[in-house]
Design a protein around this ligand. Sequence first.
Ligand code: TRP
Length: 363
Amino acid sequence: MAKIILTGDRPTGRLHVGHYVGSLKRRVELQNSGEFDEIYIMIADAQALTDNMDNPEKVRQNIIEVALDYLACGLDPEKSVLFIQSQIPQLCEMTFYYMDLVTVSRLQRNPTVKSEIQMRNFEASIPVGFFTYPISQAADITAFKATTVPVGEDQAPMIEQTREIVHKFNSIYGETLVTPDILLPDNKACLRLPGIDGKAKMSKSLGNCIYLSDSEEEIKKKIMSMFTDPNHLRVEDPGNVEGNPVFIYLDAFCRDEHFEKYLPDYKNLDELKAHYTRGGLGDVKVKRFLNNVLQDELRPIRERRQEFAKDIPAVYKILEEGSRKAEAKAAQTLAEMKRAMKINYFEDRELIEEQAKRFGGES
Ligand code: TRP
């Protein structure tokens, strides 16, 4: 069976280092591994509209920001199909049929939807489109027959719900759709990178993100202002590395080579952590090291982004061509679905003959 990747992001802001370690970096590695037959990367504008219906301009502006972030990270339109969700009408059609296979109570139990409803104060009046977006996400995944969905941990309930829809569809209408597997980051620190303020999640609305497009100075300023262990007041005090965002970022980003280059007194992160825990290591020194590590990682990304930004029409062209390819694939899957669901009347000669006989006429 073909190995196919589908994943994507909502265009509600520029992408940040949480997106990067949580999924983007992995996507590029998977793309370059040559192990996959097809790769689809989607800018989920229709999903973004489910909770930004009154702000279409925001979604429109951020399409190009996300596309630039993708290209800057190394997603290559020669190897991956980059496309825009709203340009694939088949996804709506699939969603409509999947709605028959999902109950309201099952949607209400989806933990991601539950917490998002709370976050957005939607309790009293949930837009139907928002409430049902897990079903539309199942269409996104199954339209491309994706076997592998590389995403952050928060998306696990969506993949689970997709798998249920696939099983239900296949058991009623016959084997048609492919069951996808989630692919989570294997580095635990990358599952959910905290914000620079120590809050559990990096999020634009909390203003605690380091963006892939931030300048060198912005990155430095953010790192030097980062939350650390609040009880580590003086250099000599013993410090705590658990739950300390500076060390979580180091877990996510630093490699032994970085010590050789920037902090040769230590061999690796374990040694640095041990010193911090023991006491005698100041936050500023650790933050400076983190700054060097992160600057090394983000500099090439920022520079590539600036290169791609010089020719914005070409970026739209990439998205347009990707959307055309994606639509062709989705149309193929939808045709198979409609055949399985017996709603392919006009291509079904047998049906027409059968009905003609039943009515005693000629075919
Ligand atoms: N829900 C994802 C997010 O918020 C975006 C998304 C939409 C997606 N459809 C998808 C991710 C399909 C993976 C697969 O970032």
